[in-house]
Design a protein around this ligand. Structure first.
Ligand code: AMP
Length: 282
C-alpha cells in the first residue's frame, strides 16, 4: 500500500490510475481503524479497481476540544490493517495540506433540518466541519464512489444531500454497521470505555432491536419513552432516541407516517459519547 501525506503526490498517482482507465473507491476515516472501517475498504476493493482510504482527525468537526485531544491515534496499526485489507493507497495528510493557510474552504450549504436535528442539536458546528472536510477530500481524491457507514446515519444523509446540491458525479455507497459479537456498534471511541461501561453498552443495540418489535404495534412516542427509560436502567445517559424518516430525518409519529423509518440514538457511557441506529421500517 502506498502512503501519501501530500495532496500533490496523491493526485499525481491518482491521475496515472485514471489515465489507465482505473476506477477509484474512497473511504475517508479518522483512524483507530476497526472491522467497520475495513468493511468500507473491502466494499471499495470489490466494486472499484483501486481502493483509497484517508486518515485525518478533522479538528473542525470536534465541538469539544477535549474530545479531539482524546481521540485515539494509532497510525502504525492502521497502516498494517489497511495493508492487510488490500487497500491500494492511504492519504494521511497533516492539517496544513487539508486546510492550507489563507484558503477558506468552508462548506456553507443549507442542509435545512438535516443538520439541525439529533446530532445537530447536541454537537453544534459538527456537521459544518464534517461537510467541509468531506468536500475537501472529495475535491482532492475525485473518486468514482464514496464509501460511508450506516453507523453514522445522519452524517451519510447530509453527505448524500451535499452531493445532490453540488451535482457531484460521485456515487455514495452505504455500508452496513459492523458490530461486536454482543451487538455493540464498532467505534474507535469504544477503546475509551471503562470495563463497566463496556459491559453496559451492548444494551444500546438490544434496546434498538426491542424498539423495532414494539413499533410494530405502538406509536413512535411510546417507543421513544420506553427506550429512553431502558437506556437509563442500563446505566447509560441517553441524549436522544428519535424515530425519524430516513430521508428528511424529521420525526415520525406512526408506522404509517413513512416508508423508511430509522431509530437513531445517542448516549453517554460514562464520559464516552456513543451513537447507533437501526432501520425500523425498510
Ligand atoms: P470515523 O473514522 O468514525 O470518522 O468513520 C469513518 C467511516 O467509517 C464513516 O463512514 C463511518 O460511518 C464508518 N464506520 C465507523 N464505524 C463503523 C461501523 N461500525 N460499521 C460500518 N462503518 C463504520
Amino acid at each position: 500500500m502506498l502512503v501519501f501525506t501530500k495532496v500533490s503526490d496523491l493526485q499525481q498517482w491518482l491521475a496515472a490510475q485514471r489515465q489507465s482507465g482505473k476506477t477509484v473507491g474512497f473511504a475517508p476515516t479518522m483512524g483507530a481503524l476497526h472491522t467497520g472501517h475495513l468493511s468500507l475498504v473491502y466494499a471499495a476493493k470489490s466494486e472499484c479497481d483501486m481502493a483509497v482510504a484517508s486518515i485525518f482527525v478533522n479538528p473542525s468537526q470536534f465541538n469539544d476540544p477535549k474530545d479531539l485531544e482524546k481521540y485515539p491515534r494509532m497510525p502504525e496499526q492502521d497502516i498494517a490493517l489497511l495493508t492487510g485489507a488490500g487497500c491500494d493507497a492511504l492519504f494521511m495528510p497533516p492539517v496544513a495540506e487539508v486546510y492550507p493557510p489563507g484558503r477558506d474552504l468552508s462548506v456553507t450549504l443549507d442542509f435545512r433540518q438535516l443538520d439541525q436535528v439529533m446530532e445537530g442539536k447536541f454537537r453544534p458546528g459538527h456537521f459544518a466541519g464534517m461537510a467541509t472536510v468531506v468536500k475537501r477530500l472529495l475535491d482532492i481524491v475525485q473518486p468514482d464512489r464514496l464509501y460511508m457507514g450506516q453507523k453514522d446515519f445522519q452524517q451519510l444523509t447530509i453527505v448524500r444531500d451535499m452531493l445532490r446540491q453540488l451535482k457531484s458525479p460521485v456515487e455514495l455507497v452505504m455500508c452496513p454497521t459492523a458490530r461486536e459479537p454482543d451487538g455493540l456498534a464498532m467505534s474507535s471511541r469504544n477503546l475509551r470505555l471503562s470495563s463497566q461501561m463496556r459491559a453496559a453498552a451492548p444494551a444500546i443495540y438490544q434496546i434498538l432491536m426491542a424498539a423495532k418489535t414494539v413499533f410494530e404495534h405502538e406509536t413512535a412516542d411510546t417507543v421513544q419513552k420506553l427506550a429512553m427509560e431502558q437506556l437509563l436502567v442500563a446505566g447509560l445517559r441517553p441524549e436522544y432516541f428519535d424515530l425519524v424518516d430516513g430521508y428528511s430525518l424529521l420525526p415520525v409519529t406512526h408506522r404509517s407516517s413513512s416508508d423508511f423509518i430509522v431509530a437513531c440514538v445517542a448516549v453517554w457511557a460514562g464520559d464516552v459519547r456513543l451513537i447507533d441506529n437501526l432501520v425500523l421500517k425498510p
